[in-house]
Design a protein around this ligand. Structure first.
Ligand SMILES: [Zn+2]
Length: 208
């Protein structure tokens, strides 16, 4: 859930294990934030999110300090992904394309309704809604007022989809993930943590 002010560069963590030598790319993303954090997405891709003015040596220190954790998490995600693939029902390409088309249509009808619902509660207004096809992003919002949502959320429990809507609308008030941002989300959705966790744990299952 990033905003337009972000730009990424890629660093690499080199490691070796039984299967050989590896170079794991880590996207280093600068944005308006106070502290750094490391994220490993469901597809195993790693991100280091840092404040705008972070020196290169600080970045290298952070990567070095977290390298082991990042590699472990990356491997864990890959194992999960493989296990999941084995349990996926076999769809033909045609079936998958038709299903995807239907889900996207549902998403383009359903998201505006939920956005409208929560805008009334939160007193914010969007300009445009875009339904996107992203592997690891659930939603984003731009300063120009465009909200983007991942159509795959239509396969998630409704309250999880609502959480992403509330999250992005809250960015209209706070363009960061500050305490103020989270308390805005919480004021609209007191049990948002549960839905956030669901996305973390099950987000990778939202595919066909
Ligand atoms: Zn966000």
């Amino acid at each position: 859930m990033k905003n337009n002010s972000e730009a990424a560069v890629t660093k690499y963590i080199n490691y070796s294990d039984r299967s050989g030598h590896h170079s794991l790319p880590v996207s280093v993303i600068r944005s308006k934030r106070k502290t750094g954090s490391v994220i490993v997405n469901a597809d195993g891709s790693a991100e280091l999110r840092i404040p705008l003015r972070t020196s290169d040596s600080t970045i290298n220190d952070m990567l070095e300090g977290r390298a082991r954790w990042i590699v472990e998490k990356h491997k864990e995600m890959k194992v999960k992904e493989e296990a999941l693939k084995k349990h996926m029902p076999e769809l033909t390409d045609t079936q998958r394309a038709l299903l995807e088309k239907r889900y996207k249509k549902n998403a383009s009808e359903y998201f505006p309704l939920r956005v409208q619902h929560f805008e009334k509660i939160m007193g914010v207004h969007h300009k445009k809604i875009a339904i996107r096809d992203q592997k690891t992003r659930w939603g984003s919002c731009s300063t120009s007022g465009t909200l983007s949502f991942n159509w795959r959320l239509i396969m998630a429990p409704p309250e999880v989809l609502d959480y992403v809507v509330v999250h992005e609308l809250a960015h209209f008030m706070h363009m960061d993930h500050s305490k103020a941002f989270w308390s805005t989300v919480e004021s609209v959705m007191p049990d948002y943590e549960k839905h956030r966790k669901w996305l973390n744990d099950h987000g990778q299952e939202l595919r066909i």
